[in-house]
Each structure stands twice: as C-alpha cells, then as structure tokens.
Write a protein that binds this ligand. Structure first.
Ligand SMILES: [Zn+2]
Length: 352
C-alpha cells in the first residue's frame, strides 16, 4: 500500500503474464517476451505496451529494489490489453456508431485550413462507406451540419446495445505548437482524468460507461494503434477523461483526436483528402482488430490482437513527402522541420 493504493511489483506482473524477467534501470524498466514489450518510466504515468503509449491511472513507483505499478492499472489497462480475449461478454462487432464531433453553431476547433466540425463529419462519412463495404451496420449521431447536444448523442448510442461507439474529433492548442494524435477512454471510477489537475469527489461517481472499462481500453488500443500506423503523426498516447459521450454510454466507446487544426503540419494534413482517407481506414482496421481480439479469433485481420504494434520506435512519421507538393512554401518547410524536432520533446497538452 502506498498513498492508500494497492500496488504490484512488476516481477509479479511478468510472472503472471508469462513474460520475461524485467530489466530494471534507475529511471526506466522494460519487460520483454516474443511479440510483447512493456516499457515504462519510473515515477511517471507513461508506459508503452508494444510501442503504443498509455497514460497510466497512477505513476509507477520505486520502493527499495522494487518497481511498483498500481493494482488499478493492472486491472484497468494491462489485463484487458494483454488478454482482450478474456473480457467477459465482449463479442464480435456488428454495429458501429460513428459520432462526428460538434456541428451547426458549434464549429469545434478552427485552423487556417478549416473547421473541426466539417473535417470530423467528412472522416466519419468516409469511414461509414468502408465499414459498410465490410458488412458492418453503421449508425451516425449526425450526418449533416447540425448541432446535437452531447447528452442526446449518448442517448442515441444507448439505443443499440450490441454496438460500439467511435467519436471523431480534432484538437486545438493555445499556442499552435501542439501536434499529434491521441485517444481517450473513460477514466475508471476513482481515477483522475487528464482534463483535471486535481483529484475530485466527482471522480468517485459511478457512470454507465464504467460497465465497459475493459472493452473501452481494448477498443482504444486497437483504434489508436491503427491511427498511428495509418496517419503517422506524433503519438500523444491513450488517455483518460470523462467526456459526456464516453461517460454516459452503455456500449464500449472511445473518443479519437486526429491532430491539431491550428498546427501548420497537422492542419494541412487534416485538410487533405488522403489524410482523411487514412483516418477512415484506421477506423475500419481498428474496429476489425478489436472485434477479432475480443472474440479470441486469430487470423481474421492482419493484427488479431488488440495489443498491436504501432509504428516502430525508430519510425518518425514521414508524412511530408506523401502529403505535400514538391514545391513547399518556406514557412511550411520550416514548420515541418520544427515538428520533426518536436517529436522528440514533450509537447504542450491542450485540447478541444
Ligand atoms: Zn472536438
């Protein structure tokens, strides 16, 4: 017990999941076994499972010779991510509810190349076509430029008990320097969310979405790793929040943030047809992978497990050549260089 929370030594985690012996450094640890790697920075909430970044519910700790991870993180992240086939009552996906963020008078984030509400709807329409061509039933919370209150979106989703829910958004930062993609799953009960500084009593409340904690993180994993592979933007990680649309739904759900509208590189990508197609394909692939992972099937998709490899750690996104014309403006070129460098740095967190 530390800070009133139960913790588990990482050796126990390794043994339980039949992984290799942990390699423990001063500031980091790593657990490896064929096809599976867990890396973490001690004292932080950052952990990588098969190169996909997760923000833990609580920081890892070092006590004497032991490196400890909270029991909450073992049950709410490691277990569903490492063994998605063991999630109770999760079955293959037939219906997908696509939720294009914002709409009508609510434009969402804006950048020089457009508005979030338009980009989100376009991506969702592209994803709908792909999903339907593979036999999924698709429902949409909105299919035109209209305003739909968040509670109404959640209520709509709850009409389809066997569905999964995917909300599509884009970000905006105050300084315009933040870049990359992130995925939000509902913060489990008692876990602080990323959009709040301090722990509050409301964190202890039980919400409908909590019934789906294991599915939520498995779905986030499948979709986020597909986004990394297809969209090749900086990985901001899988995070926790209590946004209404993922909090009040009874079906598994996630909220995807596909880049920053007001970042010069992200903004140009988001405006391009090829990037929107890549996002739509990531949604299709993620849904396929989640579906086969939770139903314990192997071989139905290229990456059957929700624990999928994202980009290699060395593979810095190479988006420039594919998306930009050969004659790039000097300012854009400069911005691209700056982004490449900032991939290695911690980037401001800010959202819309
Ligand atoms: Zn948004």
């Amino acid at each position: 017990m530390y800070g009133n929370r139960r913790h588990v030594p990482i050796e126990d985690v390794s043994r339980f999941y039949k992984l290799g012996d942990p390699v423990k450094g001063e500031k980091e640890f790593q657990i490896e076994s064929p096809g599976r790697t867990i890396r973490g920075k001690i004292g932080t909430r950052e952990i990588y499972i098969n190169n996909v970044k997760y923000i833990l519910c609580f920081p890892t700790l070092k006590k004497g010779r032991d490196i400890l991870i909270s029991a909450m993180d073992v049950t709410k992240i490691l277990e569903p991510v490492l063994r998605p086939g063991k999630i109770k009552n999760a079955g293959p996906v037939r219906t997908v509810i696509l939720d294009a963020g914002h709409g009508g008078h609510d434009s969402g984030a804006t950048g020089r190349r457009g508005m979030e509400k338009e980009a989100a709807l376009d991506v969702v329409l592209r994803a709908k076509r792909l999903l339907e061509s593979q036999g999924y039933t698709v429902r949409m919370t909105r299919s035109s430029d209209v305003f739909i209150p968040l509670e109404q979106r959640a209520a709509y989703a709850n009409r389809f008990p066997d569905a999964i829910f995917v909300s599509v958004h884009f970000n905006k930062s105050t300084k315009g320097t933040a870049s990359g993609i992130e995925t939000f799953a509902l913060a489990p009960r008692g876990v602080p969310s990323m959009d709040e500084q301090n722990f509050s009593y409301s964190d202890l409340r039980q919400h409908p979405g909590h019934a789906r904690d294991p599915e939520n993180i498995a779905l986030a994993t499948a979709l986020h790793s597909s986004m990394l592979r297809k969209m090749r933007l900086y990985d901001r990680g899988i995070k926790r929040a209590r946004f209404v649309v993922i909090r009040d739904i009874k079906v598994p759900g996630v909220l995807l943030e596909g880049g920053f509208m007001n970042h010069p590189v992200d903004g140009n990508l988001i405006a391009s047809s090829s990037f929107r197609d890549a996002f739509a394909k990531a949604i299709l692939e993620g849904v396929n992978r989640y579906s086969s992972a939770v139903s314990g099937k192997v071989g139905t998709s290229p990456m059957p497990s929700a624990v999928a490899k994202a980009t290699d750690p060395t593979s810095v996104p190479d988006i420039r050549r594919n998306f930009f014309p050969t004659r790039m403006s000097a300012t854009l070129n400069e911005a691209v260089q700056r982004t490449a460098e900032s991939f290695k740095k911690e980037i401001e967190t800010d959202g819309n």
